[in-house]
Design a protein around this ligand. Structure first.
Ligand code: SF4
Ligand code: SF4
Length: 336
């Protein structure tokens, strides 16, 4: 049993994170996919638009991290160009989140020095578990390419989205990750967005007890194996301070139709705080997510209360038993 302690990673004032969905198309059809073509469009940004929007979100005075996402970002033929362009513009770190298929000869076109992290999404330690969520044959392709990336010298991380379907197998990931040479492990909580919102949240979602019993323990085991492990805070004790990233941090979730959200929970709705128009970032008027960030409620995150009230529990006096933290607040366990 490890005695490593989780540290909450507070929002860093002045740090900016840009989550750049460069297309929404994907070769897979995962049963928990949050991409919502009705809201996010079906487009793919041109090479010129990639350059323009990367330039738009760069900030000379602040550290800005960029994460390329999709759909499946490696399906974009100009991803390698966009990665190098982002580096040239001075982004502090450049990451790609892939489902592991690595199209367009990704590992040959991009050098390890071009990229700070190449992240693979895998939701189970075996084909039986992973492929029941992500599709037949995905485990084999993803893990083969992950190991090829490590062998080429890329810094590799792995994202495991925990739900009721796969929480029982999470601990089995630790020896696999250590053996593959994965450096960072992101344990993500299932979001009730996109397909999970349609397919019945109760089939996916975990209780606080299930989350707290399993996640910190597996994170500590992974850290003890030398893997930096990051997982969302999710539940705050009543005395813990609540902060909304929309108020105190700068996060931009950009979609190819020009929508820019600051809160990922809002992505199923046309309440984005900003839009990109004629290569300018414009604040939207009317009812937007931004109006909700300033509301203080005893339950913590106001958008969680509006969209996912089943996450909340109340005592006999009607007081919330715990607060829901900002979904962007993370905890981390680092190897000693
Ligand atoms: S790999 Fe990602 S974008 Fe593609 S279907 Fe799965 S969750 Fe959706
Ligand atoms: S998840 Fe909640 S707390 Fe975090 S940015 Fe969105 S509204 Fe704010």
């Amino acid at each position: 049993m490890s005695h490593l302690q989780a540290r909450t990673v507070g929002f860093k004032r002045g740090e900016r994170n840009v989550f750049f969905h460069i297309l929404t198309a994907c070769n897979l059809s995962c049963s928990h996919c949050y991409i919502n073509p009705k809201e996010h469009g079906t487009g793919k940004l041109s090479r010129e638009k990639l350059e323009e929007w990367l330039t738009l979100f760069r900030c000379e005075n602040k550290d800005t991290n960029i994460i390329f996402l999709g759909g499946e970002p490696t399906m974009h033929p100009d991803l390698d160009h966009a990665i190098r362009y982002a580096k040239k513009l001075g982004y502090s770190s450049v990451t790609v989140d892939s489902n592991g298929f690595l199209f367009h000869d990704f590992l040959d076109k991009v050098k390890p020095a071009d990229l700070d992290f190449l992240s693979f999404s895998l939701d189970g330690p075996s084909p039986e578990v992973n492929d029941s969520i992500r599709g037949a044959g995905v485990f084999k392709t993803c893990t083969t390419n992950l190991q090829a990336a490590v062998a080429k010298g890329f810094n590799v991380s792995l994202i495991y989205t925990v739900s009721r379907h796969n929480i029982a197998y999470l601990h089995k990931m630790v020896p696999l990750l250590a053996g593959w040479g994965v450096k960072r492990f992101f344990i993500q909580v299932i979001g009730i967005r996109g397909k999970t919102a349609i397919n019945g949240a109760d089939k996916w979602q975990l209780t606080p007890e299930e989350w707290l019993e399993k996640i910190p323990q597996v994170a500590a085991e992974a850290a003890a194996h030398g893997i930096r492990t990051i997982f969302p805070k999710v539940f705050l004790e009543p005395e813990e301070k609540f902060e909304c990233a929309g108020r105190v941090a700068e996060n931009y979730f950009i979609f190819p139709n020009g929508r820019v959200y600051q809160c990922p929970l809002c992505e199923d709705y046309p309440v984005h705080g900003y839009r990109i128009e004629e290569n300018k970032l414009i604040a939207n008027s009317g009812f937007t997510e931004t109006k909700l960030f300033g509301l203080d409620i005893p339950e913590g995150c106001v958008i969680n209360k509006l969209l996912q009230p089943e996450n909340l529990s109340y005592g006999p006096q009607g007081k919330p038993l715990y607060k829901i933290s900002c979904c962007l607040l993370k905890q981390e366990m680092k190897p000693r």
